[in-house]
Design a protein around this ligand. Structure first.
Ligand code: SAH
Ligand code: SF4
Length: 421
C-alpha cells in the first residue's frame, strides 16, 4: 500500500506540479520519505534518514514525511526534526499539492475521506498495475497500529476501480493487483450511501471482464471472510491467479482471541485445506507473528502445527513489536526478546525444510510466466500464475509477455527453466 501511495504522490506532483523524479537527492527540490509504522524498526530509521537527507539537500530544498509514521507521530516530527517542512498522513495523500506550497504543513487526520479521490496516473511498472480498493481498516487486531494510522475502512467506489483498471489494461498492464488491508471485506461501507450493494467476489467478477486484463491478484484477504462463495470464485475464475495470502498470525486459538483476529486454529485449517483440495496447484502464503504477549511453548507449537499441515509456499515471519496506541502493548505478559528470537529461528528453519520439499515438486512442470523484469544476472524474471518466481535466459522483447516455461532447476527461492514455444 505504501508503494501505491508513493505512486499516487508522484502522479500528483508530475501531473499537476511539474515535478520530475531524480535519483540524486543533492539535486532535488523536494525530498519525500514515505514511512511505515507496522513495526518499530522503520520508525527509528526515520530520524536518521531525515538527518542524512538534511545534510545532502541543496539550499532551499524541502523535506516531507508521509505515510503511517507521519499519521501517528504528527507534529512531534517537527519537534524532533525542525528541518522537516511538511507531515502528511497515510490518509491525506491527495493534499500533496497543498503541502508543497507551504513553509510548514501538517495534515494527519485519520477521518479524512479520500475514498473517491481520482489520483493522476503514475506506475512503477508498465506490466503490473496496483489498484487500491479500500482505505483504512475496521478490524482492531490488538497488536496492530494500522487502524490508528489509516483510520476506518471505506471501500472505493466500484466505478472508480473499474475505470482505473481499464486504463491500466489499455496501457499494457496485463496484471491488476488489488490492494486493501482487508480486501475480502470489500463493500462493507461506501461513502456514497446510494452505492450499489456488492462484495469482493462481485468486484473480482467485474474486473475479470475488462478487456486486456489477464491476471488478477490481491492482498490482503482476511481468513475470517474466506467464505465458500469467495473460495469458489477464486477457484473457478481463470483470471484470478492461483496464489492466496492467508495471514495466520498465530496457530493458537487462545492467542488468536487475544489478538482479536475473529477466527480459530480450526477455522484457519479448514479454509486452507479446503483451498488445497479445490485448487491443488494454488500457492498459499502467510504472515506469522512470534512472541506475542503471553505466547507459551504450547501456543508456539500450535503455530508450528499449522505450518506443518498447510505447508505454506511463503511465510513472512515477524517478531512481535509492541506498537504505541495498541492494546497488546499494554499487556503485562510481554515475552523475552531472546525467546521470541529463538522461536523465529525455529520457524524459519522449519520453513526452509518445507521449501526444499516443495521446490522439488516443480521439476519438469510447465508454467505460464509473465515476464516483468531483467535481472542483474542478465536473466528474465517473472511470476507463474501461482506466484513462483521463475527465471530464464531470454530476449528483451519477451518482457510484458506471458510465455510457457519448463522448470529444469527448481531452487528454494526461484525456479530456473527454459521457455518453450
Ligand atoms: N491487513 C493485513 C496486515 C497488514 S500489516 C492483515 O490483516 O493480514 C502486515 C503484517 O505485519 C501483519 O500481517 C502482521 O503479521 C505484521 N504485524 C502487524 N503488526 C505487528 C506488530 N505489532 N509486530 C509484529 N508484526 C506485526
Ligand atoms: Fe492490522 Fe488487523 Fe487491520 Fe490487518 S486486519 S491491518 S492486522 S488491524
Amino acid at each position: 500500500m505504501n508503494v501505491r501511495d508513493s505512486e499516487h504522490i508522484i502522479a500528483e506532483l508530475k501531473g499537476k506540479e511539474n515535478y520530475s523524479l531524480t535519483d540524486d537527492s543533492s539535486n532535488a527540490d523536494l525530498i519525500l520519505i514515505n514511512t511505515c509504522s507496522v513495526r518499530e524498526k522503520p520508525v527509528s530509521k526515520l530520524f536518521s534518514e531525515i538527518g542524512v537527507f538534511n545534510k545532502k539537500k541543496k539550499n532551499g530544498a524541502k523535506i516531507g514525511v508521509c505515510g503511517c509514521t507521519a499519521s501517528h507521530l504528527g507534529k512531534e516530527i517537527f519537534k524532533r526534526a525542525p528541518e522537516v517542512n511538511f507531515v502528511l498522513g497515510a490518509r491525506n495523500v491527495s493534499k500533496i499539492s497543498e503541502a508543497i506550497k507551504k513553509d510548514k504543513f501538517l495534515s494527519v487526520d485519520i477521518d479524512f475521506d479520500e475514498s473517491s479521490y481520482a489520483f493522476g496516473e503514475f506506475r512503477n511498472s508498465k506490466y503490473k498495475a496496483f489498484v487500491n480498493i479500500s482505505i483504512g481498516c475496521d478490524k482492531k487486531c490488538t497488536y496492530c497500529i494500522v487502524p490508528h494510522t489509516r483510520g476506518d475502512e471505506i471501500s472505493i467506489p466500484a466505478d472508480l476501480i473499474i475505470r482505473e483498471a481499464t486504463k491500466a489494461a489499455k496501457n499494457g498492464a496485463k496484471e491488476i493487483f488489488l490492494l486493501g488491508q482487508n480486501v475480502n471485506n470489500y463493500g462493507r461501507r461506501f461513502s456514497d450511501l446510494n452505492h450499489k450493494k456488492m462484495d469482493f467476489s462481485d468486484l473480482l467478477e467485474m474486473i475479470s471482464e475488462i478487456d486486456g486484463v489477464e491476471r488478477i491478484r490481491f492482498t490482503s484477504p482476511h481468513p475470517l471472510h474466506m467464505d465458500d462463495k469467495f473460495l469458489e470464485i477464486f477457484a473457478l475464475n481463470p483470471k484470478i491467479c492461483k496464489s492466496m495470502h492467508m495471514p495466520l498470525q498465530s496457530g493458537s486459538t487462545r492467542l488468536l482471541e487475544q489478538m482479536k483476529r475473529g477466527y480459530s486454529k480450526e477455522w484457519f485449517l479448514n479454509r486452507a485445506l479446503k483451498l488445497r483440495e479445490m485448487v491443488p496447484d494454488a500457492s498459499i502464503s502467510t504472515d506469522i507473528i512470534v512472541g506475542f504477549p503471553g505466547e507459551s511453548d504450547e501456543d508456539f507449537e500450535d503455530t508450528m502445527d499449522v505450518v506443518n499441515k498447510v505447508k505454506f509456499e511463503q511465510i513472512f515471519s515477524f517478531k512481535y513489536s509492541p506498537r504505541p496506541l495498541t492494546k497488546a502493548a499494554e499487556f503485562v505478559n510481554q515475552i523475552e526478546s531472546s525467546v521470541a528470537s529463538s522461536r523465529l529461528q525455529a520457524l524459519q528453519n522449519r520453513q526452509e525444510e518445507i521449501l526444499d520439499e516443495i521446490s522439488k515438486k516443480h521439476l519438469n512442470k510447465i508454467y505460464k510466466v509473465y515476464f516483468e523484469e531483467k535481472r542483474s544476472n542478465g536473466m528474465l524474471a517473472g511470476r507463474s500464475d501461482n506466484n513462483a518466481l521463475v527465471q530464464t535466459e531470454g530476449k528483451d522483447e519477451w518482457l510484458g509477455q506471458i510465455l510457457d516455461v519448463k522448470i529444469t532447476n527448481p531452487r528454494r527461492l526461484a525456479l530456473y527453466g527454459e521457455t518453450i514455444f
